[in-house]
Design a protein around this ligand. Structure first.
Ligand code: GCO
Ligand code: MG
Length: 402
């Protein structure tokens, strides 16, 4: 089966998504997600100008060979743009292979190793009352795990708090919005947030929290220690994780589990974190870490060291990535949890998907391939809409990690 055509479509049904479409001489079509929030057109160009000419005439079945051809053949390695582009090709080829075999992708990956995939939802609020209502709404929907974020008194525009009733969408303006931050206020506030949640909802539900790369290692150690009585499922991205050895210091101070990796693109970015057992969950995603082929390699390494998966699943990853993640999650032995933020109704119109949510567990469905159809006519009604992620400043004006 030969690749005969490939193209990239950028659409914005509520937020921007980049989609790769690969066609074959057997009439089987595959799709992949190439979205990189705030840098969408860089990946579009990487695919259109540098990768697609290399795919035409190649055998669609040779996924592993094509992966290495694109990775090693570029000479310039890794990085979010390159690895997101390679991921889109990889996922589209798995979709094609599944459709050709008449099987859902998870069957090709070894078959289901569990009945469903535990996902966590997002509860947030501008105060505890609002957060409590949102948390309760998640429990009513059946979630077994919920991430909590709340506005911090004295700090304007905190990460993770949507406008009332809206989906959380940080990439909200044509130029970067400026958020603010102060670690001292946050460190005093975070234990009160967890105390509220545990007093209100008890210990029968998993509670997660995202620090979004904002602390120093010793501050992160203090945070972890202060949250221990409330037994968080994890704290996520406590420090900017490109400094992998910093996690040794965090580990010396706390037994609170740590999750890292949504901004990583390759196994090399998390090698030390995994092999030194400095984290508990690895959050690399299908779309930003080289596709199904490379992500499985990361999870296999993690399994050796007792680290579980906890893939990124924010709304800026399209339903194609969500489906691909569920296929992988269903099959790996060291699955931990999967993030699920959900998508706008317009996004569901453009990406018609068969995955389901029942009692806190998701399933990718049994359609051949990934189980997602991309409706190009619907996509055409939502043209690209340039947006940036916010920039963060401390209260004195210093640029800080967002
Ligand atoms: C998460 C993430 C997201 C990111 C977003 C950036 O844990 O879901 O931190 O909210 O900020 O994906 O584009
Ligand atoms: Mg995060």
């Amino acid at each position: 089966m030969l690749i005969t055509a490939a193209r990239v479509v950028v659409t914005s049904p509520g937020r921007n998504y980049v989609t790769l479409i690969i066609d074959t001489d057997e009439g089987i079509r595959g799709i992949g997600d190439a979205t990189l929030n705030g840098r969408e057109l860089a990946v579009e160009s990487y695919l259109r100008d540098h990768i697609l000419p290399l795919l035409i005439g190649r055998e669609a079945n040779r996924i592993e060979d094509i992966w290495h051809y694109l990775y090693k053949g570029a000479y310039w390695r890794r990085g979010p743009v390159t690895m997101t582009a390679i991921a889109a090709v990889d996922v589209a080829l798995w979709d094609i292979k599944g459709k050709a075999a008449g099987m859902p992708v998870y069957e090709l990956l070894g078959g289901a190793a569990r009945n469903g995939v535990m996902v966590y939802g997002h509860a947030s609020g501008s105060d505890f009352a609002e957060l409590g209502d949102d948390f309760r709404a998640h429990l009513d929907l059946g979630y077994k795990a919920v991430r909590v974020q709340s506005a911090i008194p004295g700090v304007d525009k905190t990460y993770g708090i949507p406008a009332a009733g809206a989906y959380y969408e940080p990439a909200s303006s044509a130029l970067p919005q400026e958020d603010s931050w102060e670690s001292t206020s946050y460190l005093d506030f975070a234990p009160r947030l967890f105390e509220f949640v545990r007093e209100e909802f008890g210990f029968g539900v998993h509670v997660l929290h995202d620090v979004h790369h904002r602390l120093t290692p010793i501050e992160a150690g203090r945070l972890g220690k202060s949250l221990e009585p409330y037994r968080p499922f994890w704290i996520e991205d406590p420090t900017p994780a490109e400094d992998q050895s910093a996690f040794r210091l965090i580990r010396q101070h706390t037994t609170t589990p740590i999750a890292v990796g949504e901004v990583f693109n390759s196994i090399w970015d998390c090698q030390q974190l995994i092999t030194e057992r400095l984290i508990d969950y690895i959050r690399t995603s299908v779309s930003h870490a080289g596709g199904i082929t490379h992500l499985r390699r990361i999870f296999a390494l993690a399994e050796l060291y007792g680290v579980r998966s906890g893939s990124h699943g924010a709304g800026d990853l399209s339903p194609i990535t969500m489906a691909a993640a569920l296929h992988v999650d269903l099959t790996i032995p060291n699955f931990g949890i999967q993030e699920f933020m959900g998508h706008t109704p317009q996004t569901a119109e453009v990406f018609r998907h068969g995955y389901t949510f029942t009692d806190g567990l998701m399933h990718p469905g049994s359609a051949p391939g990934l189980g997602v159809e991309f409706d190009e006519d619907a996509a055409a009604a939502f043209p690209y809409n340039p947006k940036y992620l916010p920039v963060n400043r401390r209260l004195d004006g210093t640029v800080h990690d967002w």
